[in-house]
Design a protein around this ligand. Structure first.
Ligand SMILES: Cc1ncc(C[n+]2csc(CCOP(=O)(O)OP(=O)(O)O)c2C)c(N)n1
Ligand SMILES: [Mg+2]
Length: 406
């Protein structure tokens, strides 16, 4: 019998699961224990825990990122907009206006920091739950709505934005991200690449290859692992046997930072360190953002089947937006009236985006036939014609196609 068996089932007996202080499991009771902790230096020997903002809006003064108040407000607004977009998208999906959607409710503090320190020459390669970061990078919300409604043009990054389309095949984008970073190095261009992925994706072979290669060749890339507790219904206790995901960094020979992913100040600091490290030519960093997916995995999921309400309630108390808001109120950077105005403005912006989306979202049913072959085989042409004729008989206004068979 091998000395250690891989975990089986959903709740393996694992002694370290009770060691909540350094458990990789955000579903652990650490949710109630969000105290600001001390700082550490960036090195490859130790995984460093980073937490700056406490549960009641208090912060470690010496560790607050050196940013003007106006920037904190801009970041807060972006977090609120991310959530408003999220809630609206879920509603639209329930009303039949979206194909599917992967909400990021509760993960707003992981989003903006990843891309906050990037310049125009830098790159971003996201997974599918990264719309907050995408909006910050310049993706219009109506464009993202087109994407989630299944219009292929929605996948195209905006002009002059160095983003890759988001990856649905989990972990598959990390080798590409490392490749882009290597390309920057070979061409002696100054940019860096930031990519994000989930705790589930971290089990993919491609992720290992990308991180190892990046470390060996000092590729300017920052790997942000959003540990939100679950890969659909799979808990992280069945995903890894390491104490933390960030612990893997040392094995690759890169710095690892484990940050409170519901703490915007900690995430800003962690991401700045990772980006600066890459920009200085020192290679990659792995940042583990410990957060929690408050809502459904996607609109096809029902999390009540695999997790308790108590767990969700405990994480509600760590809401990243409320924590940041409380801090901004405490120090007088925001007042209640401004908070209310920001919420209203964001609501309005999302509704305006929805209206633009509705104008742009003209169904093109013929397209399901169009992009499979360079030259469409005759039998597929026949099927297409038959299908479109049926739609016309049903009264749908399907324009005549160049390859229609009458
Ligand atoms: C290679 C691959 N295998 C399986 C899937 C199906 N799938 C979609 S999302 C997901 C879970 C991913 O979890 P995680 O990486 O933790 O990201 P999260 O959804 O929690 O943000 C799985 C298994 C996929 N998209 N790609
Ligand atoms: Mg996950």
């Amino acid at each position: 019998m091998p000395p250690s068996q891989p975990p089986t089932g959903t709740s393996p007996a694992r002694p370290r699961a009770t060691r909540a202080a350094r458990s990789a499991d955000p579903a652990s009771d650490k949710a109630d224990d969000a105290r600001p902790s001390g700082r550490r230096t960036l090195n490859i020997e130790n995984v460093t825990d980073l937490s700056i903002l406490g549960p009641g809006g208090e912060a470690l003064e010496s560790e607050i990122p050196d940013l003007p108040d106006a920037e904190f407000v801009r970041i807060y607004r972006a977090m609120v907009l991310t959530r408003k977009f999220d809630v609206r998208m879920l509603n639209m999906q329930r009303q039949g206006q979206m194909g599917t959607f992967a909400p990021g409710y509760g993960q707003e503090a992981t989003q903006i920091p990843q891309v906050y320190w990037l310049t125009k020459e830098d790159w971003f390669s996201p997974s599918y739950r990264s719309f907050g970061a995408q909006i910050w990078r310049g993706w219009a919300m109506d464009h993202l709505m087109l994407l989630w409604a299944g219009y292929h043009e929605g996948f195209a990054p905006p002009p002059d934005v160095n983003d890759l389309p988001f990856s649905i095949v989990i972990g598959s984008h990390l080798p590409l991200a490392t490749g882009v970073a290597m390309g920057l190095r070979y061409r002696e261009q100054p940019g860096v690449m930031v990519c994000n992925f989930g705790d589930g994706a971290s089990s993919e072979g491609a992720v290992h290859e990308a991180m190892n290669f990046a470390a060996v060749y000092a590729a300017p890339v920052v790997f942000v692992l959003e540990n939100n507790g679950y890969a659909i219904s799979t808990k992280i206790s069945t995903q890894t046997r390491t104490e933390t995901f960030a612990a893997r960094a040392a094995a690759y020979g890169m710095p690892g930072i484990r940050a409170d992913g519901n703490d915007i100040l900690a995430m800003l600091t962690a991401c700045r360190e990772g980006v600066e490290h890459a920009r200085a030519g020192n290679g990659p960093t792995l940042i583990e953002a410990v957060t929690y997916r408050m809502g459904v995995h996607t609109t096809a999921d029902d999390p009540k089947v695999y997790r308790d309400d108590d767990e969700v309630e405990a994480w509600k108390r760590r809401c990243p937006i409320e924590r940041f808001e409380q801090w901004l109120l405490n120090r007088g950077t925001l007042d209640a009236a401004t908070v209310g105005r920001i919420a209203e403005d964001c609501d309005r912006e999302v509704l305006e985006a929805r209206d633009r989306f509705r104008e742009r979202a003209v169904a093109r049913p013929e397209e399901i036939f169009d992009y499979v072959y360079e030259t469409m085989p005759p039998e597929l042409r026949e099927q297409k014609a038959e299908y479109l004729a049926r739609l016309r008989r049903k009264g749908l206004n399907v324009p005549k196609q160049a390859d229609d068979i009458d």
